[in-house]
Design a protein around this ligand. Structure first.
Ligand code: NAD
Length: 422
């Protein structure tokens, strides 16, 4: 395994919002997008900042801050996840909301884009505090969400349980409303297959991209950063298909074995110990080392801005498939392009989650449940079609897959905006 010989911290941090705006500008320039439309699509429709007074178990009051940003709803109700993390701020939520507009347009599901979050460290909250916080947040954003307005979903550090509390709190005011949120448990009107949908989508897109980039999918070696919903499901599906996952990581550290790691055993280990560290028959590595491993495919599936101008030069993977949102800064993109490393962008690669969220929403509205085969078949169709739409666009304009995806999305959203009228 390679050891790091350089510092990985960049001098000035590029934010996800700067990256999102940069990619939008490049795509808008390529299709000579009307100046007024460009102006409209660059900024969010609505930004809500709310104070969240949380009475801690200790009896002390803590006032936390939450956000819901709705970027654009020209193509349908706003849609996007809810993140609980200490780094959540308005700029990050803005960037993630815009990415949701482009993502729902890439896979052509009838939604716009939104994102929300609370600046907090959920690891320091009891389950009781987490539930209270979610209910307070829901009551504060109640005025802007709803099945036809804005439909939240899970993201970093939120899950099906958090979505259940959200649904319950919303339903107290509006009557039983399962379609107000997706990513719910199957026992509470969630969709079969939603839990693993983002990972399944990543794998489908990876398989298609492997064909185009002359990588033997079945024989490839894969390193995955992040072992939460996206990382662990991607790893598990690949492992079950016989693809060799050689490294995975969580916030604390990573594990590496060039011969491949038994992901089912890792999942059992994490359930018991909560962390990857200590998993046998593997070498312990850092997150920085994982990003620079010799492998065929690197899948960042943790947080934003992990591949930046300070480390992009040292990436040795033959291809990057973005499970996370905005894991690569625009400066890193330029370096990777020069090195000839294709990047399959977030707004395509991780769109399996929002696609099955769309299926869940549709099932809830129709009060009709699909079986798992139908969910996975429909997901496969959407992801394969979207991959080839993006590839065709990137070939047509002689641009990267990221800019191809942005062109496809921006053009679709611009058309819908024009048709609806300003
Ligand atoms: P999660 O909370 O389930 O997991 C996050 C993982 O990242 C955990 O393993 C955590 O330990 C790890 N992590 C946290 N900080 C880290 C750090 N500094 N370095 C390395 N690893 C770190 O979250 P998730 O739902 O899997 O989301 C991961 C990414 O995928 C995010 O960018 C999210 O926006 C994106 N995404 C999620 C979904 C979804 O359906 N959950 C859909 C599309 C995109």
């Amino acid at each position: 395994m390679a050891t790091l010989t350089h510092l990985v911290t960049p001098e000035k941090k590029v934010t996800s919002y700067e990256t999102a705006l940069h990619n939008f500008d490049v795509a808008a320039g390529k299709i000579e997008l009307d100046r007024d439309i460009a102006h409209l699509l660059k900024s969010p429709d609505r930004e809500l900042r709310v104070e969240l007074p949380l009475m801690r178990d200790t009896g002390r009051l803590e006032v936390l801050v939450g956000y819901r940003v709705q970027h654009n709803n020209a193509r349908g109700p706003n849609k996007g996840g809810l993140r609980y993390h200490p780094d959540v701020d308005l700029d990050e939520v803005r960037a993630l909301a815009a990415l949701m507009t482009w993502k729902t347009a890439v896979v052509d599901v009838p939604f716009g884009g939104a994102k929300g979050g609370i600046t907090c460290d959920p690891a320091k909250l009891s389950i009781n505090e987490l539930e209270k916080l979610t209910r307070i947040f829901t009551s504060k954003i109640d005025c802007v969400i709803g099945p036809n307005e804005d439909i939240p979903a899970p993201d970093v550090n939120t899950n099906a349980q958090v979505m259940s509390w959200l649904m319950d709190e919303y339903s107290k005011r509006h009557g039983f409303s399962p379609a107000c949120v997706t990513g719910k448990p199957v026992d509470l009107l969630g969709s079969y297959g939603r839990e693993e949908a983002t990972g399944r989508g990543v794998v489908i897109v990876f398989r298609e991209a492997a064909k185009s980039n002359k990588i033997d999918f079945k024989k490839s070696t894969v390193a995955i950063q992040g072992f939460g919903n996206v990382g662990s499901n991607t790893a598990k599906i690949l492992h079950d298909m016989g693809v060799r996952v050689i490294a995975v990581s969580d916030a604390k550290s990573g594990i590496y074995n060039a011969k491949g790691i038994n992901i089912s055993e890792v999942i059992t280990h994490v359930k018991k110990n909560r962390v990857l560290s200590g998993f046998p028959k593997c070498e312990e590595i850092t997150n920085a080392e994982l990003l620079e491993l010799e492998c065929d495919v690197l899948i960042p599936a943790a947080l934003d801005n992990q591949i930046h101008k300070g480390n992009a030069e040292y990436v040795k993977a033959k291809m990057i498939v973005e499970g996370a949102n905005s894991p690569t800064t625009f400066e890193a993109d330029e370096i990777l392009e020069k090195k000839g490393i294709p990047v399959i962008p977030d707004i395509l690669a991780n769109a399996g989650g929002v696609t099955v969220s769309y299926f869940e929403w549709a099932q809830n509205l129709q009060q009709f449940r699909w079986d798992i085969e139908r969910v996975n078949d429909e997901l496969e169709k959407v992801m394969v079609r979207s991959y080839h739409d993006v590839e065709a666009m990137s070939r047509k304009h002689k641009v990267s897959m990221r800019i191809g995806a942005f062109i496809l999305a921006v053009d679709r959203v611009a058309r819908a905006t024009k048709l609806r009228g300003y």
